[in-house]
Design a protein around this ligand. Structure first.
Ligand SMILES: *Cc1c(COP(=O)(O)O)cnc(C)c1O
Length: 372
């Protein structure tokens, strides 16, 4: 059948476009932006220097294989450079995986409050997203396994997950992998891996190394502070790296991105400091919210999921409006089925204090303590 207009691939009109965290507000005055899990520490000064050095040869195409960056990642993590594929953010890599392994008739599984880039990537390729329930906002391996059927081609889990902040122990990831059919790609999104302190956590390097159907994706957008440059990478079995290399853009990373990323990963001290400070302030924010009577889902990342009481005067929407009146922006989560929660990025000490002051005012101690 011919149509009188260009028609996109099936599934594309089922996609709700991704809505990023708000970044500016009407009016003047500084905004405290805690809506996109960006680091308050900026990028390493060494990464900034490398970025500036790159400005002297902007007329040249970048190295299409991102060799310098892959080598720096390889050295840092002790993994084979041939199995590393860099992307313009991990978003590009998640989409390349879906491009390569999903099509109409296929299914891909993600969790109830999983990252919204997954259903977009799944549906953009005509495949069907299948949602597995979580337990207390935590990925439930058995619930995922129950959804596996002969059409399943891919499983995405973010560990820790965004926007919940929760993680599952590596033994659970291993159990998931052992129970999946060998033709299913298991994608482990480790965007927040650097922030995790738990002893039972691993991002998945050993699972990639010992299998041919596990891919781990990582990003320079969070703890490395390079979100604006769009730098991510995937550690893949050789065969999958070969597949993705065939379909990626030939120059998918810019030279400044390659050079800044390589310098950033070498500055271990800078990252360690960010990691330690984030934990301190995450614990502080969690405790302060709890003292206000707010429930906080235990987080391993650089953000917390704050649940508001059912009483309408204390709803997440009202809290958000109140915070915005103070020029503080958190993330609304209506499109994550979490309409009565807000996600707060762990910002600088000052930003955390200002936000808690505002939340304290919102929860007005003169009111009755709201019950859940
Ligand atoms: C922020 C984030 C990413 C990173 O995306 P980039 O494209 O690398 O900036 C990936 N996955 C999750 C779950 C995230 O929250």
């Amino acid at each position: 059948m011919t149509s009188d207009r260009p028609t996109p691939q099936p599934g594309i009109f089922n996609i709700d476009p991704y809505v990023p965290g708000k970044s500016n507000l009407p009016g003047t005055g500084a905004v405290i932006k805690l809506s996109s899990n960006e680091t308050p520490f900026g990028a390493s000064p060494k990464a900034i220097e490398a970025y500036k050095r790159a400005s002297s040869s902007l007329q040249l195409y970048p190295d299409g294989s991102s060799q310098e960056l892959r080598q720096a990642i390889s050295d840092h993590h002790g993994i084979e450079a041939d199995q590393i594929l860099c992307g313009a953010g991990s978003d590009e890599l998640l989409n390349l995986l879906a491009n390569a392994y999903l099509g109409p008739g296929d299914e891909a599984i993600y969790t109830k409050h999983g990252f919204l880039v997954y259903p977009i990537a799944i549906m953009a390729n005509g495949a069907t997203p299948v949602v597995a329930n979580e337990t207390d906002f935590i990925t439930n391996v058995d619930a995922i396994l129950e959804k596996v059927d002969p059409k399943t081609k891919m499983v995405f889990i973010a560990n820790p997950n965004n926007p919940t902040g929760t993680y599952i122990p590596f033994e659970e990831v291993r159990r998931l992998h052992q129970s999946l059919p060998a033709n299913v790609v298991l994608v482990l999104d480790g965007a927040y891996a650097e922030y995790v302190h738990a002893n039972d956590y691993k991002a998945g390097i050993e699972l990639v190394a010992s299998s041919n159907n596990v891919v781990m994706t990582r990003t320079f957008s969070k703890i490395y502070g390079l979100a604006s440059l769009r730098v991510g990478w995937a550690y893949c079995p050789l065969e999958i790296a070969d597949v993705l290399n065939r379909i990626r853009g030939p120059f998918n990373l810019s030279a400044p991105a390659i050079m800044a990323g390589a310098a950033a990963i070498k500055d271990k001290q800078f990252i360690e400091e960010a990691r330690v400070q984030t934990r301190i302030w995450r614990e502080w924010v969690t405790k302060q919210c709890q003292d206000l009577g707010l429930e906080v889902t235990p987080s391993a990342g650089n953000f917390v999921l704050i649940h508001f009481p059912n009483a309408s005067e204390f709803s997440a929407h009202k809290a958000d409006d109140f915070l915005i009146s103070k020029r503080i922006v958190l993330r609304r989560l209506d499109n994550y089925h979490l309409a009565n929660a807000l996600r707060m990025t762990i910002g600088s000490a000052d930003d955390c204090r200002a936000t808690l002051d505002a939340l304290t005012q919102f929860m007005d101690p003169n009111h009755q303590r709201p019950g859940f």
